[in-house]
Design a protein around this ligand. Structure first.
Ligand SMILES: [Zn+2]
Length: 86
């Protein structure tokens, strides 16, 4: 999976390029959907538009983009944990 670097990218405050476009692949029906990730929040639940299953992150992942997306969520790309791991 190749992400087009000319769109859907942002800059972190330390100058890193952050990719904001991620393609979610539903683990149940394999439906793919490109989504834009929020930079300031984790998306913990995601409803597949095809099978309408509500997806949750896999164990150890902070959001559904980390578990099912082609790109890790922006806080992970910035190498800082977005949510405290308990
Ligand atoms: Zn699905």
């Amino acid at each position: 999976m190749i992400v087009n670097n000319t769109t859907g990218v942002g800059k972190s405050n330390i100058g890193q390029t952050i990719i904001l476009q991620s393609t979610i692949t539903c683990p149940l029906c394999q439906h793919e959907k490109q989504e834009t990730m929020p930079t300031d929040a984790c998306m913990y639940f995601y409803a597949c538009e095809h099978c309408h299953q509500r997806l949750k992150p896999l164990q150890g992942d902070c959001c559904i983009f980390c578990s099912y997306g082609t790109v890790k969520c922006p806080p992970i790309q910035e190498v800082k944990p977005c949510c405290p791991i308990l």
